[in-house]
Each structure stands twice: as C-alpha cells, then as structure tokens.
Design a protein around this ligand. Structure first.
Ligand SMILES: [Zn+2]
Length: 381
C-alpha cells in the first residue's frame, strides 16, 4: 500500500494548505479547503461549526469493509500569527507558515487516507481525520478538540497525533499551565511619605512570593521523573509600580508550571493556592491566582498495540528503530489521553516552527504518509 503514496499530489496539497493564511482562531477558509480535498478523495466530510464558527472542526471519515477500531489521524490547521514570506515549493522543500507546524503533516494524513479510499476498502473499522483550529497558545488551548471529544458524542478507539515524534517515539510529555499572579492592596497609589505606615506593599509582597516560588522550583528540581525529568515553575514576567517614590497598588507575575504524568491539573493548582495563602496573610496583600491548563501530561506504554504498530511501521519504512524519548513540550495527545483514547505522536520533521522561516521537505511528508499507512496495516493484522 505504501508505494501508492503520490508524492506530487501530496506536495501540491501541502502547498495549497500553506497558501491559505490561518492564524489560530481564524481557520474557516483553510478548513473548508481541507474538507473539500478530503471529500474529493472519497471521505465523508463534516465541518462542525456550531461551537466554534471561526474554526470549524474538519472530520473526514473513511469506513472500512468490516467491523473494527476507529483510528483518528489528528492535526491542527492553525498556525502562529507571525508574518512569513510568501509560500513556495523549491525542489524538495516547501517553505511557508504552517509548512512544518503542521499543515504539511495534515497533507500527509490526507494522502494516506486517499490511498486507502482508492483501495478496495476491505480494512476493518474506520479511519477518521480530525483537523482543528485552536491549537497554538495563547489564543488556542485545544478547546475545539476538547469539545469534540467531550461534548459531541464523537468517539474513537485509537489516535495518532500527526506532529512531534518524527525520528523518536514520545512515551510521555509534561503537562503545562500558565500561571498569572496579581498581588494588590486596596486604595490608590500614593507618595511614599504620605502613605500610612503598615500599608501593604505589593512589590515587597511580590518579593516574598518570588522567594517562595524559587523554593518550590528548587524542591521540584530534586525529583527526576521517568522520561520527562524534573517538574518546573518558571517566571517570565514581573510588572509593578509606576514611579520611583509612589507606593504601588499592584504587581503582576506571569510564568508557567510544568508537571509529570500522573498528577491531575487540579492538584497542581491546589498546591500553588496552598503556597500563596499564608503569604497573603503575612503581607496583607490580596494574591489572586489565575492558573490555566494549557494541556495535561501524557504517556503511553511503548508496548501498547498502537505504539508497537507505529514503531514497526517506522522501521518498515525507514529501516531504523524509533528511539524512545520523553518530551517537555505539550501537545494534543494529552486531550485524547484525558478522553481515555490511547494515542501516539508521529509527524514529518520540518524546521523553523514559530521561527521567521518555516520549511519541510516533501520527502519527509512522503515518509510520514507511508508511516501512517503502514501503522494502520500493522493495527489491522
Ligand atoms: Zn503544531
């Protein structure tokens, strides 16, 4: 089956997808185009736009000839909103925003589905392509995928998220939340000498908070978790005060918290609240915590049938073994994992995701399409 992958067709679909700008939250046009191409290949296509009209979810379904598992190939059509030079195909290289992250991969998934659709369709179960438009933070947190899996009755038995991995097999990744703290006192900003003694001071309170977070960071660093390493709390921004001798009213601290598989997000948030409550008491400032889940942590048994199918498929296509790795970065496998759907990550490897110039080779797209097909064949044997 893998020799039926059509490189030219794959390259032209990838270019076509990259040519339609689709920053996170604004993917309707590219979703319609992708849905149309899947339908032309013979898939039953639905565009779910009730909950997220600007980012319709593309669901393309291909039913096999007998009962069997529903296997999802998933990706995101949105890109980071960073300007990029015009898309083009230069020999084997596709250049453009979204080429590597990850319209190229969705073209590979579509090509794998096209090959299956053109076959005698005697395979068991069904293959479903799911493409979303709210992936990239900060605008996207996978809300559309969470909605699809949680609220529409959509079900699947197994999923392949068509990014990350590449030439390694991710066994686990960390969970991630954004952390935003607002430390404040009542009243307006006042001259330092005209502020009553004992008035809570948000910047000194912030100092205490930062110390406490630094202590948490050191404590977390002491434990290496299998595959993903140590958990972290990270600070990227501190803002507060507006003039050298004014007693400020607030301070804002922004960062991230990353944790290992096995702990739910609620736990992580509760731990931060417990750390902050005594500091609010001590400093007299109000400390408001806005902790938001980006993605949960993820893991899969590398001996799971889906994991083995992918590992065998990669070896069949490339002749090499996929080394097992853990990742710090989060992705949408976590959402399938939370929904109880065993999931693996595997995508074509490009370069420059989120960078000024983004590219991927057609050879990689072709390789990924073949690995998807071969993975399905292993699952079906
Ligand atoms: Zn991506």
């Amino acid at each position: 089956m893998v020799d039926r992958v059509d490189r030219e067709r794959l390259a032209s679909l990838a270019l076509e997808l990259v040519e339609v700008p689709s920053p996170t939250g604004d993917t309707a046009e590219v979703a319609r185009l992708y849905g149309r191409r899947l339908a032309e290949s013979g898939l039953e296509v639905e565009l779910l736009d009730e909950a997220f009209s600007a980012t319709p979810i593309v669901v393309g379904r291909l039913r096999g000839g007998k009962p069997g598992p529903t296997v999802v190939l998933n990706g995101h059509l949105d890109t980071v909103p960073i300007p990029h030079e015009p898309p083009r195909l230069e020999g084997d290289v596709l250049v453009g925003r979204g080429a590597a992250d990850m319209k190229g991969a969705l073209a590979s998934a579509a090509e794998a589905a096209r090959v299956l659709a053109a076959s005698d369709r005697s395979f068991p179960g069904e293959v479903v392509i799911v493409a979303i438009g709210l992936h990239e933070a900060p605008t996207g947190r996978g809300e559309d995928l969470s909605y699809l899996l949680g609220e529409t009755g959509f079900t699947a038995d197994l999923a392949i998220v068509c990014e990350l991995g590449g030439h390694a097999f991710p066994v686990a990744h960390m969970g991630q939340a954004t952390v935003e703290l607002t430390i404040s006192r009542p009243g307006m900003a006042t001259h330092e000498l005209q502020t009553p003694p004992g008035t809570p001071h948000p910047l000194f309170a912030a100092g205490r908070v930062i110390e406490a977070l630094a202590a948490l960071r050191a404590e977390l660093a002491a434990t290496e978790h299998e595959w993903v390493g140590a958990e972290t709390i990270f600070l990227g921004e501190v803002h507060g005060g507006d003039f050298y001798n004014r007693h400020p009213t607030s301070c804002r601290i922004v960062g991230t918290r990353r944790w290992a598989p096995g702990r739910p997000f609620d736990d992580i948030e509760a731990e931060l609240r417990a750390l902050l409550a005594p500091l609010a008491e001590e400093t007299g400032c109000e400390i408001e915590l806005d902790c938001r889940l980006v993605r949960d942590a993820y893991r899969i048994d590398p001996e799971h049938e889906l994991a083995l199918a992918l590992r065998h498929a990669y070896r069949d296509v490339t002749g090499d073994e996929l080394p097992l790795v853990g990742l710090k970065v989060v992705a949408d496998g976590a959402i399938f994992h939370q929904a109880g759907i065993p999931t693996v990550y595997h995508g074509p490897v490009g370069s420059g995701a989120h960078a000024d110039v983004e590219s991927i080779t057609v050879s990689e797209l072709e390789r990924a399409a073949k690995v998807y097909l071969r993975t399905l064949e292993w699952l079906w044997t």
